[in-house]
Design a protein around this ligand. Structure first.
Ligand code: ATP
Length: 248
């Protein structure tokens, strides 16, 4: 489905991703775990292509010089130079860190905005699916995004991403700041979404514990490098991983 090889990202002279290679198979859930500043968001920006826009904006503003190299193959095609809007049309949809929902728009408006690329029939079907998956949201259709709880905002962010008809959904730290109960609810929903919609999902998180039960495979990022990878079972059985990412 997706295979990224030797990704390097420099912000000026600061190496943020160092030769990172990751894969996500069709219908898989893949975890990317790493501490603050490990490079998780940088990786998501590289995969979604948003890094190309950031680089262009910085260059136009005479800001920092961003260097991005490496290969990204998606559905058999090299996409590393394809712009993010085209990647979204090809099915790579990013649900960004800190949710970034539209706070001045209602829940329903946020979802409709997410579906702007979809046909009317797809949008209607997906909207019904999102409300079935997240019944809490269906009761809040007319509430402004800014008045939702953190968990509700995350449901909305995932719902909005689904409206864009992803084949590969990128979830950047979806659990940040949420209660353990809400984290479990969201991870259950994520697994159901994968099963029911037949999409592939890459999830980054600082802590592996709430995410590992639903992943097929995961990578560990440290200081911009992918230092380890394995199946869910391999990582769960690894004492170093347990100590570093489970706190046990
Ligand atoms: P967090 O959990 O804090 O979101 P992260 O794993 O997502 O961390 P990134 O945001 O990808 O990490 O950052 C990787 C490194 O690159 C960090 O050291 C960060 O300070 C640096 N960095 C990120 N964005 C920029 C930027 N625009 N300019 C310079 N350095 C940056």
């Amino acid at each position: 489905m997706l295979e990224a090889a030797d990704l390097m990202v420099f912000y000026e002279n600061m190496l943020a991703l160092n030769n990172v290679s990751i894969r996500c198979g069709k219908n898989q859930i893949v975890g990317v775990f790493g501490a603050n500043s490990a490079g998780k968001s940088t990786l998501m920006y590289a995969l979604s292509g948003i890094m190309l826009d950031i680089r262009k904006k910085e260059a136009m503003a005479g800001g920092e010089r961003i260097t991005l190299t490496g290969s990204i193959r998606y559905l058999g095609r090299e996409i590393s130079t394809i712009k993010p809007s085209r990647r979204a049309k090809m099915g790579i949809v990013l649900c960004p860190e800190r949710r970034r929902i539209f706070k001045e728009s209602t829940v329903l408006e946020n979802l409709k905005i997410g579906g702007y690329l979809a046909s009317a029939a797809q949008a209607a079907e997906t909207l019904a699916y999102v409300f079935k998956m997240f019944p809490a949201l269906s009761k809040l259709k007319n509430r402004l995004g800014g008045f939702l709880s953190g968990g509700e905002q995350q449901m909305l962010a995932i719902g909005r991403a689904l409206m864009a008809q992803p084949k590969l959904l990128l979830l950047d730290e979806p659990l940040l700041g949420l209660s353990p109960l809400m984290q479990a609810t969201l991870m259950r929903a994520t697994r159901e979404i994968r099963n029911e919609r037949k999409i592939s999902i890459i999830i980054t998180e600082q802590y592996a514990r709430p995410v590992l039960p639903i992943v097929d495979h995961a990578f560990i990022l440290e200081n911009g490098s992918a230092v380890m990878e394995g199946s869910r079972e391999e990582l769960m059985d690894n004492p170093d991983i347990r100590a570093a990412y489970f706190g046990v």
